[in-house]
Design a protein around this ligand. Sequence first.
Ligand code: PLP
Length: 336
Amino acid sequence: VTINLAHHGDVDATAGLVDLAVNVRQAPHPGWLREAIAAADLTRYPDATAARAAVAARHGRPDRQVLLTAGSAEAFVLLARALRPRHAVVVHPQFTEPELALRAAGHEVDRVLLDAPYRLDPAAVPEDADLVVLGNPTNPTSVLHPSATIAALARPGRTLVVDEAFMDAVPGESESLAGATDVPGLVVVRSLTKTWALAGLRAGHVLAPEHLVEALAEAQPHWPVSAPALAACVACMSDAAAREVEAWLPRLDHDRRHLLAALSGIAGATVAAAPHAPFVLLRTERPELWNPLRGKGFAVRRADTFPGLDDHHLRVAVRDTATTDAFVAALREVLT
Ligand SMILES: Cc1ncc(COP(=O)(O)O)c(C=O)c1O
């Protein structure tokens, strides 16, 4: 069975449905962020210097180890264009764009499939892999891997790509490798999309050794990141912005616990792995539950398009408790 790796939650979340399919935070943009974006000068070509310096300062790295990108999606395309892997390995289940980008660039991709509860098993990664891609915390499993386990995958001659699109939703970014400059071949990909609810702006960045940043930059078009996206990047790298995220995390944790508690009272659906991201992967006894859930007004992410999962899996975003209660009631109905 071939699966559609290009499927994403935005396709599931059609108008009129309650959106549990897209994991973008549902909060109004803070005033300072709206103002920074609106103040960007659109008459000039964008200059990434300030945003690069802001990202570098935030992660304690030199500017030349930072590359600004049009979302993390662009970073995966750049990696696929710039690298010449002989044995590329993607650790699944995970976000499918890295594999798609590698394939589109003509590379073969070898899949390592983790079994439930989807903990990283370093021994499963072939020793001769010269490119390894994984996510932390991982979409769609919501599993947070220990940074030491990931770092132990580094080898001379191997590029190790860690997609940290959701790491800012982890308290203290405890398992982040964004500041790790002593791991050979490490490439960390970050995004403003999720926590800052900026999916439409396209703002992300790569943290990597200088020579890799240079190679990726050569694969980029001129002016790849718009002035508003760069302005948002500067604003979101501030200490004040980091404090706002820290202040939101207890709410996220509360809402996630509420979802887990509500789900625990339901027969026929189990949480597939302990969640650490703003979403939860479910395994349901009955297949394809996303269809009847649509009929009840809820868009969830079908998870059968993730390698390693099947139509008994779906992913739901952590939302406010009222939304969660309504969703879990609908889930109970479609399960019986
Ligand atoms: C794990 C993960 N990484 C990256 C992305 C892409 O995000 P961006 O908007 O930064 O391209 C997504 C979006 O769904 C994601 O889930």
